[in-house]
Design a protein around this ligand. Sequence first.
Ligand SMILES: Cc1cc2nc3c(=O)[nH]c(=O)nc-3n(C[C@H](O)[C@H](O)[C@H](O)COP(=O)(O)OP(=O)(O)OC[C@H]3O[C@@H](n4cnc5c(N)ncnc54)[C@H](O)[C@@H]3O)c2cc1C
Length: 448
Amino acid sequence: MKTGGVQYDTFSGWVDPPADVRPSLSGDLTCDVAVVGGGLGGMSTALRLAERGRDVVLLEAEFCGHGASSRNAGQLAGAPGGDLQLLNLFYRKKMPGMIRLAEHAAHHVEDLIEKHDIDCGYERSGNVFAAVSRGQMGRVRRVAKLLRRAGGDVELGTTESLGIPHGFVGGMRENVGGIMNPGLFTAGVRRALLGTPAQVFERTKVTGVARDRGQAVITTAQGEVRANKVVLATNAYAGEWDITPPRLSVPIWVIEVETEPIDPARLAALGWTSRSGLVTQHNIMENYRLTPRGTIVFGVRRLERGRTYPLPAKKPDPALVEELAQAFARRFPALSDVALDRAWGGWIAITSSWLPLAGQLDESIYYSIACNGHGLAQAPYVGSLIADLIVDGERHEDLAALWVKKAEFPRPMMMGPLGLRTIWAVDRFNDFVNGSRRNALRGQRRSA
Ligand SMILES: Cc1cc2nc3c(=O)[nH]c(=O)nc-3n(C[C@H](O)[C@H](O)[C@H](O)COP(=O)(O)OP(=O)(O)OC[C@H]3O[C@@H](n4cnc5c(N)ncnc54)[C@H](O)[C@@H]3O)c2cc1C
């Protein structure tokens, strides 16, 4: 695969930054609710509050959609993220609630797209847990069983029955969800928000949040906001706050790359008739999806931990782009001559439990965090549920499923550089063993 001409972006491969960035806050103001962070989580909170008649202010450091929300793979998942077997081992009782939350979240996003007429190329294709080996297929079967037992809408199948590329050995489709252009979706949510009475200040980095006589006081370079309630929705950037509970989450950098447009006949020959997004069953997944522009977007495979705050604006590491290109050539041998056009990345937040979290630090301060790489569906849903909680004073059962009673979090395991390297090495070892097995089988067939 050719990687010589890759364009490395510091933003996203899906859209350009908005042309109408809103002015920053200048001066002091008071409001009922302030939302910090204009990703899908924060924007959805503010949108819902404004729709329900609340006086709401949103403060965003760059522009709404600057973070992971515009940069992700666009796979709208209908199942929770993380290693579901491990999650089931540690949090069996929580699983039905998590699965319900994930499915409702995907439906919520579909409703948002329809309600606000957002043209983001959404395809209700579902997403497939795709196995690259027989070992991975065993894992898929176990995951399918536990998801079904907990009420999940999933279907096991072969490469042919699922309509996925011939390079995979089979898998399990989450029937809820699909694929979209997340940059266009996020821009659509921003447009909807700007159409409400909510006051949105972009290029306004919040530098501090403090409590004062039952209110929250939010500091920025050019003004202060006093609010009865504040919702912290900065996700991976949450660790920049003094007020954030220790070990709430770990910031992790992940990347996506996109091929050049591929000849339609060659794409058709892959057998990818369902157009479902794919995630492999490695410890650190690879994801693959088609786009309406006749390209394939794929990524992840390696996690890089952020070490210092503030989190830097980064471009992808060329060595990882090269590694992803090699993985692509293995999964799609017929396309191994295709060139890569662009690469970008973003910061996600991973919690020590690998579960999404939301909670309250006191009467006035709410937070939601870390859909662990599954926030395209879950961040907007959780954001709107927090808005409803603020208005109604009642927690929806899906919010209750992830609600943190006491904001104390254990040290995350395997999330240091050595741990992440080890997980990656285990995946590569398994790939190597599977590759050797496949070659041996091919050799046996040839000599027979
Ligand atoms: C490469 C990649 C691929 C992914 N793929 C998928 C996928 O296919 N499916 C899926 O479901 N999820 C995926 N995700 C995860 C998903 O994108 C996130 O979970 C989701 O977008 C989180 O939304 P958010 O609103 O919580 O955070 P963000 O979108 O990161 O928003 C946080 C916002 O806070 C702002 N901010 C930070 N600090 C401050 C401050 N001090 N003051 C004011 N504002 C501040 C930031 O500028 C940013 O706009 C992926 C993520 C990445 C990076």
